[in-house]
Write a protein that binds this ligand. Sequence first.
Ligand SMILES: [Zn+2]
Length: 385
Amino acid sequence: MENDLTLIGRSYLNGKPLEINISNGKISAVKPASGIFPEDIYIGPGLFDIQVNGYAGLDYNEIQKNLIDLAKISKKLYEQGVTSHFPTIITASPDQFSKLIHQVMQLRELDELAKESIAGLHIEGPFISPEDGPRGAHPREHVIQPNWGLIENWQKEAEGLIRMITFSPEWENSVQFVESCVKHGILVSIGHTNASPKQIVDAVRAGASLSTHLGNGMHPTLARHPNYLWSQLAEEGLSATIIADGFHLPREVIKVFKKVKDKNLILVSDSVSLAGMPPGDYNSPIGGEVTLTSEGKLHLSSNPKILAGSAMNLRQGVTFLLKNNLATIQEAWEMASIRPYQLFDKGFDSFMVGENADLVVARINIDKHFQILKTIKNGTVVYST
Ligand SMILES: [Zn+2]
């Protein structure tokens, strides 16, 4: 059988020279490579970002005048090595949720590239904590108690595309809600929460399996113990996502989370629309007057201490982990690829013959900068330097 494409580089797993053959969109062979090739070129799985609010000036949380513009997010994320992502829709009125879901569905119908790249939907809210602090930037007037009927309706409108939901188990009917979601194949993540330790344990028993951007969406000051941070760290049934942009979490917090969660720690970008834009002052739907610095920090123009969302992509998160010696190449790459895949498909592994060829060729140079050279989606080169 003729190969459509052959990739050669070091395996992200162990640095050993590797040749990957691709035919008909799938990985057809994986074997040791011979010959000479650059020291710093690596092959690994495509990155998978399960929390993307927006990117490159576009926002999944706004109704677009020209909805096809949203396809630019997928294209721009391919340039960053992100081969799959979940558009993330945050707390809004039930009617607005329907409209925003519909917009993604239409986009997938109109644009093949967006259809391939959008692997599911992440619904973050509206069933979160109403309290200032844990609620974060979610609008209070739309926060409501868990309502399975609403999810059921949205899931119908989304034709099954909703793959995960972030909610707070502090509400009375949380256990039933989690059970319904899990029964219908929706991953339940705990986030923006003010839940008690018992409520967290009960939610995990009912099937909740993840913490959303652990360490963010919290009170600025917490009781030393017990509190919802210790409870989520202690729960072995909970994997956790983190935002590793250098601003949302201090290095030492990431270091501790990684020790506790080990292989269950996952990277997300939680990027907002200003991610991927040039530094400068902007007017944002969340926060008003905001400033994006050249280091990638997005804050209120009036107060640099108040973050206005994450402006980094997943590739930059990997770079941050590597540069700060928080993870090895294998670990950082897995946190942004294999691990999120495994949340939804436990048996998923890298470089499996017969799997869709979603791969990245990257250069990791001496200063540990993670640079994308080539992105392959379903066996097709969708980005190349
Ligand atoms: Zn959030």
